[in-house]
Design a protein around this ligand. Structure first.
Ligand code: UDP
Length: 491
């Protein structure tokens, strides 16, 4: 380790949702491995998920979460376990109520810097009042951050357009209007709290000390530069953070809820030929209507490729008649939480059907896999563009509408699913070229995080900068102490 990291204390405060918490815990591990003193701030139920995946070098600081005060079920401390829009709103309110406990933690622990999630914008004000720099983690890549910014600039002009090109980006990125959420449209609806949150996030975005990004420079150099030079943000690309999980246990326990079928699933994969299986998973919040699940089931079956499919919907009454019997040996369903890192990196897996959540997309990239892209909401439609048009490792399934609610989201027919999977897993120059590119990206990703790689260097640079920052502030602190002594406040 180059910098004297042992001197540096960083406090991480992840937003309690799997897609935000898992990467930030991974990031904390990367900084700890380089010698920084790390505290992760979280709540009791989330601590249970995190603890088995970290070692003694990381300190877990736990504050209570007021679930029941905000009408949430006892123990509901993670956004991934909120089911309705109303629950989600109450969850956000409960998270916002952590402001004072967060301040008390800063007072007691005096970290040199805090790295907190974008959904906790108030942490900027609390940290700043205590003279502590706040770095923000958006959970997004540079491309999506730039695309978001481009959309904000053209939002009013493209209001009525069916499609439009995002202005002033390094590539010509054409979006359908239906693929982007206009937060302003939430005004006066039950989802208005998201508009408020969106405004608060934007309000502090340029004030933060900087941004830490789960990406690596070589993946999206034009956008990493655009984010820094055109948008003027101070940013460090420190990913892919999931690559910190070298050990089997880290990969197995990541995310907490263990499905009983893990060993069965790995045994099943062991018996399959190399690169023959498609892995299908839609992250922690990818729920579908029963009608859509049925079409997906039929499409996967018709593709004739072997598949592992993670289904998070609770009941089974959507499964087509005789389906489980027909797919025996060919398809496996995991009902619940899957050990995604283990599956993606198994040699039998040759393709990934993803909802384009950034963690999943980047984990697919690290595993060197081509992907079928099936975005649902959030910045997933931007990630699809990055995968399909910029990196050219993705095949679109044809998802065209941004929609949280699975019951009103347009249904994609089995034929679209079948065609996309056949295209992904098939032979021919186009599919081979896609696989080759994916493979190269996987190698580049691994190199970025190794000693001397671009992300390793960015972590090192950031740590050094934070150490220097503290050194600069140190004399000022001494002067203040001196003054207090002179005034008789200290003995
Ligand atoms: N994940 C997992 N098992 C599952 C579903 C998801 O381990 O069954 C992990 C996945 O590896 C990723 C994260 O959960 O790290 C999901 O993040 P992503 O950004 O892909 O999607 P989100 O859940 O935020 O929509």
């Amino acid at each position: 380790m180059g910098s004297n990291g042992n001197d540096l204390h960083i406090l991480f405060f992840p937003h309690m949702a799997q897609g935000h918490m898992l990467p930030l815990v991974d990031m904390a591990k990367l900084f700890a491995a380089r010698g920084a003193r790390i505290t992760i701030l979280t709540t009791p139920a989330n601590a249970k998920i995190i603890r088995p995946t970290i070692d003694d070098s990381i300190y877990l600081h736990i504050i209570p979460f007021p679930s029941t005060d905000f009408g949430l079920p006892q123990g509901c401390e993670n956004q991934s376990s909120t089911l309705t829009g109303n629950q989600r709103m109450n969850f956000f309110k409960a998270v916002d109520s952590l402001r004072d406990p967060f301040d008390a933690v800063l007072r007691d622990l005096c970290p040199d810097c805090v790295i907190t999630d974008m959904f906790l914008p108030w942490t900027y004000y609390v940290a700043t009042a205590r003279g502590i720099p706040r770095l923000v983690f958006h959970g997004m890549n540079n491309f999506a951050l730039c695309a978001n910014d481009a959309f904000e600039r053209c939002r009013l002009v493209v209001e009525e357009a069916e499609s439009f090109v995002l202005p002033d980006l390094p590539h010509q990125i054409r979006m359908l209007r239906t693929q982007i959420m206009d937060f302003e449209k939430l005004a006066g609806t039950p989802m208005e709290f998201l508009l408020e949150k969106h405004k608060e996030i934007i309000e502090v975005d340029t004030k933060n000390y900087g941004t830490v990004i789960n990406s690596f420079y070589e993946l999206e150099p034009e956008y990493a530069d655009h984010y820094r030079k055109v948008m003027g943000r101070r940013a460090w690309n420190v990913g892919p953070v999931s690559l910190c999980n070298h050990e089997m246990t880290g990969k197995l326990l990541r995310g907490g809820e263990q499905s009983t079928s893990v060993s069965e699933c790995l045994k099943w994969l062991d018996e399959k030929p190399m690169s023959s299986v498609v892995y299908v998973c839609f992250g922690s919040g990818g729920f579908f209507s029963l009608a859509q699940l049925r079409q997906m089931a039929l499409g996967l079956e018709a593709s004739t490729h072997s598949f592992i499919w993670v289904v998070r919907n609770g009941d089974d009454n959507w499964i087509p008649e005789g389906y489980e019997e027909r797919i025996k040996g060919k398809g496996m369903m995991i009902k619940g939480w899957a050990p995604q890192l283990l599956i993606l990196n198994h040699t039998a897996v040759g393709g990934f059907v993803t909802h384009c959540g950034w963690n999943s997309s980047l984990e697919g990239i690290c595993a060197g896999l081509p992907m079928v892209t099936w975005p649902l909401f959030a910045e997933q439609f931007y990630n699809e563009k990055l995968l399909v048009e910029v990196l050219k490792v993705g095949v679109e399934v044809g998802s065209k509408v941004y929609e949280f609610n699975p019951e009103i989201r347009p249904i994609l027919e089995a034929a679209s699913v079948e065609a996309a999977v056949r295209n992904l897993m098939g032979e021919g120059e186009e599919a081979d070229e896609r696989r080759r590119r994916a493979n190269v990206l996987g190698e580049t990703a691994r190199r970025a995080i190794e000693k001397g790689g671009s992300s390793d260097n960015d972590i090192e640079k950031l740590m050094q900068e934070l150490i220097n920052l503290r050194k600069q502030n140190f004399p000022q602190l001494l002067l203040q102490l001196d003054l207090l002594l002179k005034q008789g406040y200290l003995q």
